[in-house]
Design a protein around this ligand. Structure first.
Ligand SMILES: NC(=O)c1ccc[n+]([C@@H]2O[C@H](COP(=O)([O-])OP(=O)(O)OC[C@H]3O[C@@H](n4cnc5c(N)ncnc54)[C@H](O)[C@@H]3O)[C@@H](O)[C@H]2O)c1
Length: 318
């Protein structure tokens, strides 16, 4: 039975971002249901909430209408986080299109059929490809490189189609999301874990190329906050970048982590080049329309992850 705030479905709710979102929703008094097929996660992050009867968990696949239809019963709001990542999309492109695009279609259609009040969709800054100008704006050129990015962009367009039928939505293009329990194999942010693990082992971080390549690291708590704002706002049918707005070079990242863990090492450099060279979100739109303000400074957030891994290395597995 949903409480006054409403019943929320989080697809992919057992994953890195989804599980943080679920914890926040429960804290804010929403009634929460999760659908996840656990292809890239386990229930460890949700176990306490499930055992306490605070959330309902459905072991199901977003590609299947029956499973999604069951999960959508009585739902007021949907956060669509379920997806397979960039690395996997390059290894298994057909599966990636199937989950990340057809799965989105199934979720959006079902949300429309069940008269859901708002869908918030987890898109990605990767729809921009390698940007020609920085910071990257929502109306900048789109150049998806991998099947993952193609599916994300296509899902965005699908939402416009469903909006014409009456579905309310907002789209969030996440930049480089990091934080406690982040995935060790995420395409961009795995560098954080690699550096930390080497530092813990007493080794110097190995930087690809010159280390001048940049990312926009945004803490998962800020991503969660953006989702809550996108859910509650009167503004709908919009696309928003969600980043810190700060560009951090990989070289700087190594320096921050070395200092965070108090190590006395000098980074090494390798000849391997990274695919995307620079990332920095223009967050003017989300600031203006949703009142979003990133709250976790990159230096502090990275230190928190470094300490968390030191304390609990086993939780950084998938
Ligand atoms: N982490 C980032 O830096 C980042 C950046 C941009 C966009 N995103 C997007 O944010 C969302 C969440 O990312 P994350 O980092 O938490 O990833 P994650 O892999 O930790 O979580 C995704 C979850 O979806 C589940 N899932 C995958 N396929 C499914 C299917 N067919 N049916 C049901 N569940 C399925 C997985 O088991 C996993 O629990 C994804 O849509 C991702 O593309 C993430």
């Amino acid at each position: 039975m949903a409480n006054d705030k409403g019943l929320v479905l989080v697809t992919g709710g057992a994953g890195f971002i989804g599980s943080h979102l679920v914890h926040r929703l429960v804290k804010d008094g929403y009634t929460v249901r999760v659908i996840d097929n656990l292809i890239r996660s386990d229930l460890s992050r949700l176990r306490d909430l499930i055992d306490a009867g605070r959330i309902e968990f459905i072991d199901g696949d977003v590609r299947y209408e029956d499973a999604v239809g069951r999960a959508m019963q009585g739902i007021d709001y949907v956060f669509h986080e379920a997806a397979v990542c960039i690395n996997r999309s390059m290894a298994y492109p057909k599966e990636s299109m199937d989950i990340n695009l057809n799965g989105s279609h199934v979720v959006f259609q079902s949300a429309l059929d069940h008269k859901v009040k708002r869908v918030v969709f987890a898109s990605s800054a990767s729809v921009y490809g390698d940007p020609t100008t920085l910071p990257m704006r929502e109306d900048g050129p789109l150049a998806p490189i991998t099947p993952y990015c193609v599916a994300k962009l296509s899902s965005e367009y699908l939402l416009r189609f469903f909006a014409r039928k009456g579905l309310s939505y907002n789209i969030l293009r996440y930049f480089n999301v990091y934080g406690p329990h982040q995935k060790v194999d995420a395409y961009y942010t795995s560098v954080i874990i690699m550096f930390i693990k080497r530092l813990i082992a007493g080794q110097a971080p190995v930087i690809q190329g010159t280390g001048e390549q940049t990312m926009d690291f945004v803490h998962v708590n800020d991503i969660v906050e953006a989702n809550m704002l996108a859910l509650r706002s009167d503004v709908s049918g919009e696309i928003f970048n969600v980043g810190s707005g700060v560009s951090t070079s990989v070289k700087r990242l190594a320096e921050i982590l070395i200092a965070s863990l108090g190590k006395d090492v000098t980074p090494q450099f390798s000849n391997v080049q990274s695919v995307v060279k620079h990332r920095q979100a223009d967050i003017t739109k989300i600031r203006r329309l949703l009142g979003f303000r990133p709250s976790v400074p990159v230096k502090e957030g990275l230190k928190e992850v470094a300490i968390d891994i030191t304390k609990d290395p086993d939780s950084y597995r998938f």
